[in-house]
Design a protein around this ligand. Structure first.
Ligand SMILES: C[S@@+](CC[C@H](N)C(=O)[O-])C[C@H]1O[C@@H](n2cnc3c(N)ncnc32)[C@H](O)[C@@H]1O
Length: 258
């Protein structure tokens, strides 16, 4: 195992560790309800490399590896690059015996998190820029990958950053919308440079527990990739109604591969 990290304290202050702990807590609570979604995701990833001669894979948003067919990937690839803004220690510890598994702690937006942190800690050079301008930065990594998997991350890229920002300044609905759009669009441009596989919650379906009425909220604001290989399924995210009061949450998940 090789391990690279940077800016960890900043990412922790922006709430990434707490958010990750929340994912694990929900997984432990929801175990069976999440099973079908996790299995769909793993199979979509396996199918993305079946019958291909790929030898290296990068996964963006690997986190707890809940939705990653990690044993297959460790067996099937010569080099495995796991990217997350923070890797859970339990995970890096568990896989440290594999020399071809690399844990890279990096912001896959290319540094928007650090820019937001600089802005809220009053660094003037970033204060002058508009929110969409802050997204104008590109991820790069000096080693090429045969396959890039964007794993339930595209709709997550803005959330914690806007939450942190709003504690320090008022942000209009329009600015938030622009920020989300730009950060997601950049992510899509990045994917297009690789053989890629994209899986993401695309829509949130909120069902009121008493009236049974369901409304949907979009989570991804860019056009879906125009691919022949695509799929979608529902993720029974909160079967117990604990995430939002008086509501049950499902996600419509969409998956693409180039
Ligand atoms: C919804 S989770 C995906 C589930 C994950 N595969 C798991 O099993 O825990 C999204 C992951 O993306 C990571 N993440 C969010 N924003 C990121 C960014 N800008 N750069 C890198 N990783 C990020 C989070 O830390 C989290 O682990």
């Amino acid at each position: 195992m090789k391990f690279q990290h940077s800016n960890k304290k900043i990412y922790q202050k922006l709430g990434y560790s707490i958010d990750q702990e929340g994912i694990l807590t929900r997984f432990l609570r929801e175990g069976n309800a999440w099973k079908s979604h996790l299995e769909h995701t793993k199979q979509w990833i396996r199918d993305a490399y079946a019958h291909k001669e790929y030898s290296s894979i990068a996964i963006f948003g690997s986190g707890w590896l809940l939705d990653v067919p990690i044993d297959d990937i460790i067996r099937d690839f010569k080099e495995v690059y796991l990217f997350d803004i923070i890797h859970p220690l339990q995970i890096t510890h568990k896989y440290k015996k594999y020399p071809h598994v690399h844990f890279i702690e990096a912001d896959v937006t290319g540094g928007v998190a650090k820019k937001i942190y600089d802005r809220i800690t009053a660094k003037s050079h970033v204060r002058k820029q508009s929110l969409p301008q802050l997204t104008q930065t590109q991820f790069s990594y000096d080693i090429p990958f045969d396959l890039l998997v964007s794993l339930n991350i595209v709709n997550q890229l803005d959330i914690l950053l806007l939450e942190a920002l709003e504690k320090h300044e008022s942000v209009s609905e329009e600015e938030k919308q622009d920020f989300r759009y730009c950060i997601q669009k950049n992510h899509m441009h990045l994917l297009e440079q690789y053989n890629y596989c994209l899986i993401s919650d695309w829509e949130k379906l909120v069902t009121h527990t008493k009236t049974r009425h369901t409304h949907s909220e979009p989570l991804v604001f860019v056009e879906p990739p125009a691919h022949t290989h695509h799929s979608e399924w529902l993720w029974n995210f909160d079967s117990q109604g604990l995430y939002e009061e008086n509501s049950k949450i499902d996600f419509r998940v969409r998956a693409f591969r180039s």
